[in-house]
Design a protein. Structure first.
Length: 314
């Protein structure tokens, strides 16, 4: 599609109306990746304080955003309320239905979904392996509720299929960031993105999971689209939360220039040194604010002299 001035204007209007990337792509008759990257390339995402555009910065860290969807468990039950399900009542345990992932700032969203036949016979080994291949490349992974759900679910399927663990990676769970740093009325991805004016999740119902379980081709395709949209809007949320993430993996470890200090959260080298931080009873450190993402941090070496440190009591 040719991005005329009118098309770009329409894109901005749809985004400002809180339409999700998938909805926008259908209205404009082009791919999700196309509208998403055109918006970012044209309008960017403004920094918290400086108004500068957040862009990819020099770092070797491979940062993967991902989301996985699983099937329901099929079981025989005697009621609908507060039931204890016997293990023998399980007819078919859960398995992976689909996954989607993207490298941070990449214009390509990757995904995989069960074929109709795979869904009918509940065989997920192929897509479990393809997800493993990506995780095995990553230095840092990002997911919403990833630590409690996605990572553990995937590890369970790796173990089931006798696949060894992927190489070690660090994890950022945006749900944990939301829960322990803020006080949203709901910590669900759909609510937070709506609250922050970010692109939205697709509307779905349980029937979609049921039909995917049965191997319906259209439903499996829709599940993949739903999954891809989730990863796209997760990146929007991550970038918005990034300056507030206290335990963010330190991107200095992957810096391409060993002689330059960069923002631990976004890898921006333009740090505004201002004031001091006092994180301990006996420490005084230079403080900085990142000119791009707005994160704050401090130097590793104390500003106190050896004599001053000796005289401090607590």
């Amino acid at each position: 599609m040719e991005w005329t001035e009118d098309k770009v204007k329409q894109l901005k209007q749809l985004y400002d109306a809180d339409k999700g990337w998938l909805a926008i792509s259908k209205i404009m008759d082009c791919t999700v990746d196309s509208v998403r990257m055109k918006y970012r390339g044209t309008f960017g995402e403004t920094g918290v304080l400086s108004g500068t555009t957040i862009t990819e910065l020099p770092t070797d860290a491979k940062i993967l955003l991902f989301d996985a969807e699983t099937s329901p468990i099929c079981a025989l039950v005697w009621g609908l309320w507060e039931q204890d399900i016997y293990l023998d009542a399980i007819l078919q345990d859960w398995h992976l239905l689909s996954w989607s992932a993207k490298w941070l700032f990449s214009d390509k969203i990757m995904s995989d979904v069960l074929t109709s036949n795979e869904a009918k016979i509940h065989s997920d080994k192929r897509i479990v392996q393809s997800m493993w291949n990506l995780l095995n490349e990553a230095d840092i992974v990002i997911a919403h509720n990833g630590n409690s759900f996605d990572v553990k679910k995937l590890n369970t399927r790796f173990l089931f299929h006798k696949i060894p663990p992927p190489r070690a990676y660090q994890s950022i769970d945006t749900l944990i960031v939301a829960k322990y740093t803020f006080k949203f009325s709901s910590n669900k991805l759909a609510y937070i993105n709506k609250f922050l004016g970010l692109p939205q999740k697709m509307d779905t119902e349980f029937d979609l999971w049921k039909k995917c379980y049965e191997g319906d081709k259209k439903s499996l395709k829709l599940m993949e689209e739903y999954n891809r949209n989730d990863v796209s809007i997760l990146e929007d949320l991550y970038l918005r939360l990034r300056p507030y993430i206290k335990g963010h993996p330190n991107l200095n470890l992957w810096s391409v220039d060993d002689n330059v200090s960069i923002c631990p959260n976004c890898a921006n080298p333009d740090l505004k040194w201002e004031g001091h931080a006092y994180p301990t009873y006996t420490g005084k450190y230079k403080s900085f604010r990142c000119s791009s993402c707005g994160a704050v941090g401090r130097s590793r070496q104390s500003e106190l002299s050896k004599e001053k440190r000796k005289s401090i009591v607590k």
